[in-house]
Design a protein around this ligand. Structure first.
Ligand code: KG4
Ligand code: ZN
Length: 343
């Protein structure tokens, strides 16, 4: 019988220090996430230098916990997977130097993983039967991509944001509303009790049938609305602003995704990234897919936001394809989907 492949995966691209142990590509034995959110809250966003320092403090403990929980010892690890981009360079380097040290000392292969790919692969962990090809909408704090995934590791990028990422828009609007960081979950909660039709914020579809996105105009419209209301001494109904803003984002995401699925004749649609946790997006996209006969998948909440299990899933499939990194693997802060240097 073919031997199982045990992967230890490390993710440190932003403000989560995470380590996971996987058996083959899709079975998660542990997935420990040390979130730094509370630390960055008082600054209203992630402070890169603070994030790097915290990763250094956390990483060894998170590795120990991931091993403990999985029941796997270091000598059973067959390979190390690590995020090498995109992300904050200092934060990435902490995970990468740890991964290199482990791979070197254990004498096992090292695989460099693209973080955006990780978000898509979270779905392979959630749905054991899922296989490419499919259409994927990846919406996170740093990225908004509409992608046709042809095969493992093979993508056709149909559209991406030209300015703010969807999650970034949520975070910036939440900040303007005085809600705190990260803004997505806070707006999501308020939107549940607000009126999504209260304010008619603009929906940006860009030219013709473009699959690109733009959220900076919407963000400015919300800021203008808030300023005008304040100047006129009008009461601001925060829950209505949250609901109307979320509705504007979700409508554009859903319409473009449905159009792309039809154009590319993709019956399967896969949602990924932190904003995939948004209940409005899940609900509206689910109902459109149901009505129009498409099959929608999205990961559970823990696998939507940053975690090392999704990185381990990519590492496994990259390993099978023959990708190996060496000790010269460097962090690539603006790594694109589909690019694989050194990884
Ligand atoms: O994927 P992720 O953890 O990190 C990046 O790779 O960027 O995504 C974080 C982003 C943040 O912008 C956060 O506000 C957003 O995902 N987010 C949400 C929700 N939960 C997290 N946005 C909208 N609704 C949510 N429920
Ligand atoms: Zn992410």
């Amino acid at each position: 019988m073919k031997k199982d492949l045990i992967t230890l995966a490390i993710e440190s691209s932003c403000d989560e220090t995470s380590v996971a142990v996987l058996r083959n590509g899709r079975e998660v034995l542990s997935n420990i996430i040390a979130s730094q959110i509370d630390l960055h809250k008082k600054f209203g966003g992630v402070v890169p230098e603070v994030a790097s320092r915290k990763h250094v403090e956390n990483i060894s403990y998170v590795i120990d916990e991931a091993l403990d929980e999985s029941g796997i010892t270091l000598k059973d690890i067959d390979m190390i997977g690590v995020t090498y981009g995109p992300g904050l360079v200092g934060a990435l380097l902490v995970g990468m130097s740890t991964a290199k040290a482990l791979a070197y000392s254990l004498n096992v292969p090292l695989v460099g993983v693209n973080h955006i790919e990780g978000h898509i692969y979270a779905n392979f962990i959630e749905y054991k039967d899922l296989e490419p090809p499919f259409l994927s909408l990846i919406v996170s704090g740093g990225h908004t991509h509409l992608v046709y995934m042809k095969d493992y590791g093979e993508y056709e990028v149909l559209g991406r944001t030209r300015d703010d990422a969807a999650g970034e828009a949520f975070d910036k609007v939440a900040r303007a509303l005085g809600l705190g960081y990260p803004g997505g979950p806070l707006i999501d909660e308020l939107a549940k009790i607000g009126d999504s039709k209260a304010i008619d914020f603009p929906r940006s579809y860009l030219e013709g049938d473009s699959f690109d996105f733009s959220f900076s105009g919407l963000k400015s419209a919300v800021l203008n609305y808030l300023n005008n209301s304040k100047q006129k001494g009008l009461e601001i109904m925060v829950k209505d602003v949250a609901a109307s803003f979320q509705q504007a984002v979700v409508e554009v995401l859903v319409n473009k995704t449905m159009n792309a699925a039809k154009r590319y004749k993709s019956n399967n649609i896969v949602l990924a990234g932190g904003v995939a946790a948004n209940s409005g997006l899940r609900e509206i996209l689910s109902s459109r897919c149901k009505d129009e006969g498409f099959n929608l998948r999205y990961p559970s909440l823990k696998l939507c936001t940053d975690n090392a299990a999704m990185i381990g899933a990519v590492a496994y499939y990259d390993y099978i394809k023959g990708y190996r990194a060496d000790m010269y693997l460097n962090a690539v802060p603006s790594l694109k989907l589909g690019e694989k240097y050194g990884g």
